[in-house]
Design a protein around this ligand. Structure first.
Ligand SMILES: [Zn+2]
Length: 327
């Protein structure tokens, strides 16, 4: 286990990189803009890990690093020879730091590709900015840049124009009005954040796929399992599995319920699925953590099974049956 293993990219970003990688159309320099919010460092690091991985798992909506290849192992050990990270030295990013990059770029990468992440890239001093411009102008096909900023307004336009800008979703993008639009309570926010939903468009996609109804039904099934016949579970599984998107989101929801149960078993009470809080608090006292771990392992594996075209309805049915039979 390491800090990069469980990063959940916002849906829009994981889709964007999935498309770029599968079409072999990665840009050489991305400008990640966090619009006045603190940039979470794990996101550019995780994107770098994806680019450097030699054996990517490409799924319906995302790409995942394999965590097994030499590159991933080096990355997880914080010892990747082809990852360069630049942060301001004091108040500014200085010319000698950029010269270091250029010196490294003069050699072939140790593996296949090289990634340079520049945090707070609005802090280039004049000399450093001029020098990095030349490097951005003459991209080498093995080198990739992630320039990160939360103050794009003070960044030189010449730098912006040489990068592909990406507005990173910030969580405040979801307002209470957006939630009213999809008729859900603001208490659902921690759950949405956990599954990587950050913007209005993503909320609308969930609504179009009837996720919020399905979620209520699953919660109802868990709480009132005695009223649910096997046929009802079958019917629910069939409706979910008609869409791969919905299947994946439901699996993420089930994984978040398992996470809640484990938290409660360990005395931590801030759950992601607030409607289940009281129920899970009672169950957390009696259920074995081992069984939850086992079920979560099954769910993690289910993501791979979906990608290998195993019957989605069977997967959901088995995943839901755990709550009907065990809780
Ligand atoms: Zn890998």
């Amino acid at each position: 286990m390491n800090i990069h293993e469980n990063v959940k990219l916002p849906l829009r970003i994981s889709n964007l990189f999935k498309m770029a990688i599968s079409k072999n159309k990665l840009a050489h320099a991305y400008l990640l803009n966090w619009r006045n919010q603190t940039a979470p460092e794990e996101i550019p690091l995780y994107l770098a890990k994806i680019i450097l991985c030699n054996n990517l798992d490409i799924h319906e909506n995302e790409v995942l690093p394999c965590n097994k290849c030499e590159s991933c192992k080096k990355f997880n050990a914080n010892a990747h020879p082809d990852l360069i990270i630049i942060r301001p030295d004091g108040n500014f990013i200085k010319i000698n730091q950029i010269r270091d990059i250029i010196t490294k770029f003069a050699f072939q990468p140790y593996y296949d590709k090289r990634v340079c992440i520049i945090f707070d890239c609005h802090r280039f001093n004049q000399e450093a900015a001029n020098t990095i411009l030349k490097t951005l102008e003459e991209p080498n096909e093995d080198n990739f840049f992630f320039l990160c900023t939360n103050s794009m307004d003070i960044l030189l336009p010449t730098i912006i124009s040489r990068c592909q800008p990406i507005n990173m979703p910030v969580f405040s993008d979801i307002l209470e009005e957006d939630l009213k639009m999809v008729s859900v309570s603001p208490e659902i926010l921690p759950f949405l954040k956990h599954i990587g939903v950050t913007g209005k468009n993503e909320l609308l996609t969930l609504k179009e796929n009837e996720f919020f109804f399905i979620r209520e039904e699953i919660i109802d099934l868990i709480i009132k399992k005695h009223e649910y016949s096997f046929l009802k579970i079958l019917n629910l599984s069939d409706r979910i599995s008609k869409s791969t998107f919905l299947t994946i989101i439901v699996l993420k929801m089930l994984s978040s319920i398992n996470r809640d149960l484990l938290m409660i078993c360990n005395g931590i009470k801030n759950v992601l699925n607030y409607e289940l809080k009281t129920f899970l608090e009672v169950q957390g006292e009696i259920i074995s953590q081992e069984k939850i771990f086992e079920h979560n392992k099954w769910i993690n594996n289910a993501f791979y099974l979906i990608d290998r075209n195993v019957n989605k309805s069977l997967i959901i049915e088995k995943s839901l049956a755990f709550y009907a039979n065990t809780l």
